[in-house]
Design a protein around this ligand. Structure first.
Ligand code: C2O
Ligand code: CU
Length: 603
């Protein structure tokens, strides 16, 4: 008869098991060390010469390739002569490292010219650090229980509107060695879509900040870039010698990006958008795409001819190179949701061994109608968590915040507001102010959690006279479940409502639903998808519609939640959440030095 184990023996075995698991986990993670230098350079990404911000000479900057759980260190040197910088790791939740989020004004002071700043974080859920074994022991539970986060992420400047001058790139996080994705492909490729302006972000910022009647909207972009390359029609500038010195169609920098494929093979294409303004559609002529990932989460696969993508979103699509291989095809991106005056962005889907530069014999596909909201809404509805990878949300929320998105005039300036409050960034970053009790550095008011639902007409709003500006923030109960309902409305000009891609730092949220018209807090929650909602970090708020999200405030830190359109955030379209500030570890002094945080630096 086999001896019966005592309960203490069970415990011992269990303990050894976790020690083993924990050790193997630690052993697997690697530290990736990058040295980056931010510089200002004259570049011609769309054939037109512009002062561009580069990282190690490139825009986009280097791609970070990591395995899930890896420790990433980026030593960032600011070699701009006269400008500050900060870099945000978009989609990385910074669990245990909220000071590495890179959001100037929220989590750190700007990095001054000549300074080097060290960002250090783990991709993604695994928390490294001095907690050692005891922490890992508990970590195992949380890892088994929640989603792993291999997937596609981004990084970009988060200081003023600097991102649009070219400071951005990709982060690709692979599964740990030996683990397989729930879909198969032969090759893994990556494309970032952006829009491009010939004016500098400073000129844009000045125009946006000038009170009426001097206010200058940024206007539509001059071109669209695919992986940092586009094509401006230089002939629009005439044929003066100045024009030909500024715009050179034969510059190698603006040759369409070639995406080379081998006939018969399947490609995982990571498509992301870091546009400053534009919502985009993306397609590859004669090829269908199967959507399998969104913002680092597996999607129940569905097919599209056009992929709609909003600033801050990432997708993976599978594409089979199964068309006539004797020619090349167009990969195109087009503006949607705003009147289309920008020419399409073009890349070449190049069948090996055709020449990479050989233009396809066809005219590029025109893309979907810019003002047709229905297919965009349909795509939003189609994105569900993949079977077998569903992480159901908590069934009910502890707190509901409705955010009415409106355009207003505040103190003579054109602004965006949430419930009539337009966001201003304070001079002392919130993370430092809260951790060190400098509560006088920003407003201690409670931002409104709703608006006058009964009387407000989202289609025909009365002018909002009472709009104000504030740097007050939402303080959330640690580990509470929070619902956010984004409500769109008409803008200041009649019959227009924009698409706003909202991005949350420090979290992924469940997308509970989208609706048209005014959200009804009494009836619409019954339509929420609590079965298989996708988790994302960026989501679209469609024209005249609403979008409902849920997240658990369990990541100690201070996190921005804002519209990812540069100009909109600049004009106040954002809020800030604090949660579990008392659980945040000691702040590194490297994030300090501005506003009242100067006092923590040694003289
Ligand atoms: Cu990608 Cu706060 O942004
Ligand atoms: Cu917006």
């Amino acid at each position: 008869m086999a001896p019966r184990l005592q309960s203490t023996q069970y415990l011992l075995i269990l303990f050894c098991f976790f020690v083993f698991l924990s050790a193997s986990l630690v052993a697997e993670s690697t530290t990736l060390y990058y040295k980056w230098e931010v510089m200002s350079e004259i570049k011609s990404p769309d054939c037109f010469k512009k002062l561009t911000m580069t990282i190690n000479g490139g825009s986009p900057g280097p791609t970070i390739y990591a395995h899930q759980g890896d420790n990433v260190i980026v030593e960032l040197k600011n070699s701009l002569a006269t400008e500050n910088v900060a870099i945000h790791w978009h989609g990385i939740r910074q669990i245990g490292t909220p000071w590495s989020d890179g959001t100037e004004g929220v989590t750190q002071c700007p990095i001054l010219p000549g300074e080097t700043f060290k960002y250090q974080f783990v991709v993604d859920r695994v928390r490294a650090g001095p907690d050692g074994f005891v922490f890992d022991f508990f970590l195992i539970f949380s890892i088994l229980e929640i989603n792993l986060q291999a997937g596609t992420y981004l990084y970009h400047a988060h200081y003023g509107m600097q991102r649009q001058d070219g400071l951005y790139g990709s982060i690709v996080v692979w599964l740990p060695e030996g683990q397989l994705e729930p879909f198969s492909y032969d090759h893994d490729r990556n494309l970032i879509l952006t829009d491009w302006y010939h004016k500098s972000s400073h000129e844009h910022a000045t125009g946006l900040a000038t009170p009426d009647p001097g206010f200058q909207w940024v206007g539509e972009p001059d071109s669209l870039l695919i992986q940092g390359r586009g094509r401006f029609n230089c002939s629009l500038l005439g044929s003066s010698s100045l024009a030909s010195a500024t715009c050179n169609t034969s510059s190698p920098q603006c040759v369409p990006y070639p995406l080379t494929v081998v006939p018969g093979q399947t490609y995982r294409l990571r498509v992301s958008s870091l546009t400053s303004l534009s919502a985009l559609s993306f397609q590859i002529e004669s090829h269908t795409m199967t959507v399998v990932e969104a913002d680092g989460h597996y999607v129940e696969p569905f097919q599209v001819n056009n992929l709609f993508i909003y600033s801050g979103e990432t997708y993976s699509v599978l594409i089979k190179a199964d068309q006539d291989p004797s020619r090349n095809y167009w990969a195109t991106t087009n503006v949607v949701s705003r009147p289309r005056t920008t020419p399409p962005g073009l890349a070449i889907f190049n069948y090996y061994p055709n020449q990479q530069r050989k233009l396809p014999p066809t005219t590029p596909p025109a893309g979907p109608a810019w003002n047709d909201v229905a297919p965009r809404l349909a795509q939003s509805h189609a994105i569900k968590a993949r079977q077998g990878f569903i992480h159901p949300p908590p069934k009910i929320a502890d707190k509901v915040i409705v955010l009415l998105n409106t355009q207003n005039t505040v103190k003579g300036r054109r602004r965006w507001s949430l419930n009539n409050v337009s966001f201003n960034m304070p001079h002392t970053p919130y993370l430092i102010a809260l951790k060190h009790n400098l509560l006088h550095t920003f407003s201690q008011a409670k931002p409104p959690t709703g608006y006058d639902f009964k009387n407000y007409d989202i289609f025909n709003p009365a002018p909002n006279q009472e709009a104000t500006e504030s740097d007050a923030i939402f303080r959330l109960d640690f580990k509470s479940t929070v619902d956010i309902i984004l409500q769109n409305a008409n803008m200041m000009s009649p019959s227009s409502s924009d698409t706003h891609p909202w991005h949350l730092h420090g979290h992924d949220f469940w997308v509970l639903g989208y609706g048209e018209g005014k959200f009804d807090i009494y009836r619409d929650p019954s339509k929420y998808n609590l079965e298989n909602p996708i988790m994302k970090n960026t989501v679209a708020l469609h024209p005249y519609g609403w979008t409902a999200l849920r997240f658990v405030a369990d990541n100690p830190g201070v996190w921005a939640f804002h519209c990812h359109i540069d100009a909109h955030f600049f004009m106040g379209m954002g809020v800030v959440f604090e949660e579990g500030i008392d659980q945040v570890g000691n702040l590194p002094t490297s994030i300090m030095g501005c506003g009242e945080s100067k006092r923590f630096l040694r003289p």
